[in-house]
Design a protein around this ligand. Structure first.
Ligand code: NAD
Ligand code: SER
Length: 319
């Protein structure tokens, strides 16, 4: 029998694509999308949807237990830029939901958990080039602190309570089916909408800020490959580094100009520059490759081509 899966925070940038991929693999009725929103997002109407607040611990517990959920993908969080504006709430949202789900797994109500970490676990003192899996980690953002603490707790629950929790340090994710949710890497999505509208783009990061990014299809495939791997292959129970594609705003603009020669970019760094400056420029993901065979498919050119072919400017008015 197929596992019954709950995706929490399914209406966001990752969830809207992850739910559809999981439904293709596991069957539409076996993957329940949930979010704070009253209405199911249009694209997720091919399967079940339930309104759930991850901060309502009792409601969450009773739903998961009564519905016989086996696996949870916990995506609800405040991302880096939004979190800096509301640190208390970011800490609450990013940590409390995780404990609710880890405790359910500790009590054997859940068999498996996916909880995403981020490149934000690294900080200004981390080596910036080809950042190793294990290195100095002194995050300087509330978001990064919450992700680092979350990683420690995931590993602790695995080691002490045999919880099967798996995680990836996602780079900045680039996609066209929904708008990003308030991160520092959002510029690499915003830029495509302005290019498609025939506008110039004012970038909130400086031209030579290199950050690790990844096309969403690769990120979803990594997530599912990690979750489908045999448990004994998963040697890291904090979170795996994933490399993706490292580029600067100037480099992505130059790639867009190959298709849209009139496109122009200007630079007006804001508070997000400091966040970006604290993160690595490139990542070493050799342990993900060695443990569960991870290999990315998209390079910068492939990602830019597919974004320009598919980006839909009407999303901007809906968002
Ligand atoms: P997002 O902001 O696009 O989506 C988050 C979703 O969670 C939203 O639909 C929101 O309505 C929902 N949500 C918020 N509070 C909730 C609550 N109390 N209960 C239930 N749902 C709630 O975020 P995303 O980009 O899809 O990211 C998902 C996860 O992946 C987050 O943990 C994020 O830190 C991590 N991540 C994302 C990226 C990226 O580039 N998108 C990179 C690294 C890590
Ligand atoms: N894309 C995310 C952010 O910028 C990284 O975790 O917040």
């Amino acid at each position: 029998m197929s596992s019954k899966i709950l995706v929490i925070g399914a209406g966001g940038q990752i969830g809207t694509e992850l739910v559809l991929s999981l439904r293709k693999l596991k069957g539409d009725q076996n993957v329940i999308a949930s979010d704070l929103k009253d209405e199911c997002p249009e694209s997720l109407k091919n399967g079940p949807y339930v309104k759930l607040d991850v901060l309502d611990r009792e409601m969450m517990r009773s739903y998961i237990i009564s519905e016989g959920i086996d696996e949870v993908y916990l995506l609800a969080a405040l991302l880096s830029a939004t979190a800096e504006k509301n640190p208390d709430f970011a800490w609450k949202l990013n940590m409390e939901g995780l404990f609710t789900i880890l405790d359910l797994a500790k009590e054997k109500h859940l068999k498996k958990i996916f909880w995403p970490s981020s490149i934000a676990v690294f900080g200004p003192s981390t080596p910036k080039v080809n950042t190793p899996q294990r290195t100095i980690m002194e995050p300087s953002t509330v978001y990064g602190i919450s992700k680092q603490a979350g990683e420690r707790w995931c590993e602790y629950y695995h080691n002490n309570f045999d919880v099967d929790v798996r995680s990836i340090r996602y780079p900045g994710l680039i996609s066209y089916t929904s708008l990003p949710g308030g991160g520092t890497t959002d510029y690499a999505v915003d830029i495509f909408y302005q290019a498609q509208l025939g506008n110039s783009y004012s970038c909130f990061l400086s031209e030579n800020t290199s950050l690790p990014m990844m096309y969403m299809e690769d990120a979803i495939r990594a997530t599912i490959e990690l979750m489908e791997s045999d448990a004994d292959k998963i040697k890291i129970r904090s979170a795996y580094n994933l490399a993706g594609i490292s580029f600067t705003p100037a480099e992505i603009a130059a790639e867009i100009q190959k298709s849209k020669p009139d496109f122009q970019i200007t630079y007006a760094p804001d508070f997000r520059q400091k966040i970006a400056d604290s993160w690595p420029g490139s990542i070493d993901d050799s342990e993900a490759n060695a443990d569960w065979g991870w290999k990315e498919k998209y390079d910068l050119q492939g990602m830019v081509d597919i974004m320009l072919q598919n980006i839909d400017i009407f999303l901007l008015s809906e968002g």
